[in-house]
Structure formats: structure tokens, C-alpha cells
Write a protein that binds this ligand. Structure first.
Ligand SMILES: Nc1ncnc2c1ncn2[C@@H]1O[C@H](COP(=O)(O)OP(=O)(O)OP(=O)(O)O)[C@@H](O)[C@H]1O
Ligand SMILES: [Mg+2]
Length: 253
């Protein structure tokens, strides 16, 4: 066991995940260092989403352990994970489509201000709008009207709102499952740029992707799952998209 570099921010040990008779993960060990961008790859049904759902609190592991910053962690919900600094950006995002941008960014952590009486507080909409605008600006996304309902934004802008929410919670670990899967070329480019900024910002990113070009361009490390087992775990070290595709295909069948 070599233990160079910083202590892992996230560790899984011997993680199994079963859904009834279906075994989705078997004995998965994974260490992620702070600031790493780790891509989780593999064929359909390999267990990628199951893995990130455990990290993000959407699913409980069947056996094994998870630690975050060296402490045992077992999140009861994605919100619980968020309170522990782990945010998840799903393809379908879990935003409230009818609500404004600030309402989404500050959902569950609204800003308030005193109102008339010292013990009365009301929502501080102005400050939430200003701060939401500032989060978006950090991601180089500009939306003129912050009161726009999130459902009226483009896919890339919605991703930026979801990431702003993660920034608001000061999430150190950001988990993304196929963030560009249903986006067009232009929107995908926006999202890839957002991911790059998170990395520059020193966040730890766990990215599930089928797009080997994205993985080659962004990730520092690639983990390949197959039939619920971890088969490959290595630095990207100049691997190109084709090399990654071969690496995934070489174990299958
Ligand atoms: N809620 C569930 N109930 C039963 N089986 C499930 C459930 N979720 C996933 N599975 C099964 O667990 C296995 C792993 O699924 P998972 O969604 O983790 O794969 P994946 O690698 O994300 O696949 P994809 O690339 O298609 O998204 C599959 O056999 C899948 O059918
Ligand atoms: Mg999946």
C-alpha cells in the first residue's frame, strides 16, 4: 500500500451494492485526492451511476465503507450529502423548474433579513439575486433577468444554476453523472467549461461520462468499472480518447 500525496478526501472500501438479486457493485475500493478530477467510465450497466449515487447520498451501500475527509460517512439523502460538502449535478438536475434562479441557488439555505421587528425575518430576495448573479459570473455565465424561471433557461445555463447551488453550499466534492448527455454541441462546450472552472477552483470532481474526448480533455485519472468491479484505475497521463475507448473495450466480453 503506497500512500503518497495528500490524504484522500473520499475513500470507498469493499463497497457492494445490490438491488434485490442484481449486483451492481462488487468490492469497489476507491481513493480520491482533494482537487482530483476522476472520470468513472465503463459500458452500460457497469455500475457507474450506482457508484455516484452512493457518494451523493441518493442510494445507500449494501456493504463496505465510505469515508469523507477521513470520517465515516453514510448519507441519508442528497441533501444530507450537500450538508457534508458533497454536491451532485444530475443530467435532470433536480432543480425546481418553476422557480427563479436565486430561489434555486439558495433552496434550503435562503438568505433572510430583519423585518420591522427584531425577531421577524423575511427572505432577502435582493441579496440572493445579487449573490446568485455573482456565482454565475464565477462560471462566466450571464443571465440578464435573474427572476427567469429555471425551466426557461438553456441546458447549459441550468447546469450553471445547479453548479452555483453547489458553490453556495461550498461543496468540495462535486459529482456529475453524464452532465452533457442530452445537450447539443454548444451547450456541452459550456458545461465542459464549467467543469474546467471547478477544477481550477480546486474542487474535487467525480465525473461519469461515456464521452472519451471529454474524459481525455478533463480528467486527471480514469476508473473503469465492468460488471460492478473496478477493472482499471490509473492516471490519464496523456491517454487519448481512442486509447480510453480501447481500454474500456479490452475487458468487455
Ligand atoms: N434501482 C435499481 N433497481 C434494480 N436494478 C438496478 C437499479 N439501478 C441500477 N440497477 C442495475 O444495476 C446495474 C448497474 O446499473 P448502473 O445504473 O449503476 O449502471 P451504469 O454504469 O450507470 O449504466 P449506464 O451507462 O447505462 O448509465 C445494472 O444491471 C442495472 O440494471
Ligand atoms: Mg448510469
Amino acid at each position: 500500500m503506497k500512500q503518497a500525496g495528500p490524504a484522500p478526501i473520499l475513500s470507498l472500501r469493499g463497497v457492494d451494492k445490490r438491488y434485490g438479486a442484481v449486483v451492481a457493485l462488487r468490492q469497489v475500493d476507491l481513493d480520491i485526492a482533494p482537487g482530483e478530477l476522476v472520470a468513472i467510465c465503463g459500458s452500460n450497466g457497469a455500475g457507474k451511476s450506482s457508484l455516484v449515487k452512493i457518494i451523493s447520498g441518493a442510494e445507500d451501500l449494501t456493504s463496505g465503507t465510505m469515508t469523507v475527509r477521513g470520517e465515516q460517512a453514510r448519507f441519508s439523502s442528497p441533501h444530507d450529502a450537500l450538508e457534508h460538502g458533497v454536491a451532485t449535478i444530475y443530467q435532470d438536475l433536480a432543480l425546481a423548474p418553476r422557480l427563479s434562479i436565486p430561489a434555486n441557488v439558495f433552496m434550503g439555505s435562503e438568505l433572510t433579513r430583519p423585518f420591522v421587528l427584531p425577531f421577524l425575518r423575511v427572505l432577502d430576495k435582493k441579496r440572493m439575486a445579487e449573490e446568485a448573479r455573482r456565482y454565475l459570473a464565477r462560471l462566466s455565465v450571464v443571465v440578464d433577468d435573474m427572476s427567469t424561471q429555471v425551466e426557461r433557461l438553456s441546458g447549459g445555463q441550468r447546469q450553471a444554476v445547479a453548479i452555483s447551488r453547489a458553490l453556495r453550499w461550498q461543496a468540495e466534492i462535486i459529482v456529475m453523472d453524464e452532465p452533457t448527455a442530452s445537450l447539443g454541441v454548444k451547450e456541452s462546450a459550456v458545461v465542459l467549461d464549467l467543469i474546467r472552472r471547478l477544477k481550477e477552483d480546486g474542487r474535487t470532481v467525480v465525473l461519469v461520462s461515456h464521452n472519451m474526448r471529454d474524459v481525455a480533455a478533463l480528467a486527471s485519472r480514469v476508473v473503469i468499472l465492468e460488471g460492478g468491479r473496478k477493472r482499471v484505475d490509473r492516471p490519464i497521463d496523456g491517454l487519448a480518447a481512442d486509447d480510453l475507448a480501447h481500454l474500456i473495450a479490452s475487458g468487455a466480453g
